[in-house]
Design a protein around this ligand. Structure first.
Ligand code: ZN
Length: 165
């Protein structure tokens, strides 16, 4: 099985997904009651944590508000505080389970900034290891996925069942 998930293919993949079923990917995942299938790790009061189905790296989390809002300044105080709390909690859990040597944290806001889902704000949390960007993605646009998203889900879920964060 050849899995293509180089970052520059994300837009193609996401566009395909968006066309397949209309509506917002995040809103749809939240509305459905299939958290493992949808890779939702944690539901907070105003925000939730979901694994990226097409990770840049193993353990790639996304933190998003339930509310369909595209810009940071549209969040209310309760939402952006919880967004940051869940981000910090995610960092702690990723450090425990995967021991990354670094992390990328951030949001792509607007299509010009590279947002795949541009009208529903989400923060990316990507664990990094020294040497994880080798020549493979550059040369062949192919990268071997070290762990399948559902394996990652099962490894991380136990931490999110502990309520403290
Ligand atoms: Zn949405």
């Amino acid at each position: 099985m050849k899995i293509l998930w180089a970052p520059w293919r994300m837009k193609y993949i996401k566009r395909f997904e968006d066309n397949r079923d209309s509506g917002c990917f995040f809103c749809r995942a939240v509305q459905q009651n299939r958290d493992r299938e949808n890779l939702i790790l944690y539901r907070g009061k105003t925000c939730f944590i979901i694994l990226n189905k097409y990770p840049y790296n193993t353990g790639h989390l996304m933190i998003a508000p339930y509310r369909h809002a595209g810009e940071l300044e549209k969040l209310n105080e309760e939402e952006y505080i919880e967004l940051m709390k869940l981000t910090v909690w995610g960092v702690k859990i990723l450090r425990k389970e995967y021991r990354p040597s670094g992390l990328n944290i951030g949001a792509n806001i607007g299509r010009a900034a590279g947002a795949g889902v541009e009208d529903h704000l989400h923060f990316h949390l990507v664990p990094r290891w020294v040497g994880d960007t080798n020549f493979m993605p550059v040369i062949s646009e192919t990268k071997i996925m070290p762990e399948l998203p559902h394996e990652t889900y099962d490894r991380l879920k136990k931490y999110f069942e502990e309520s403290e964060h």
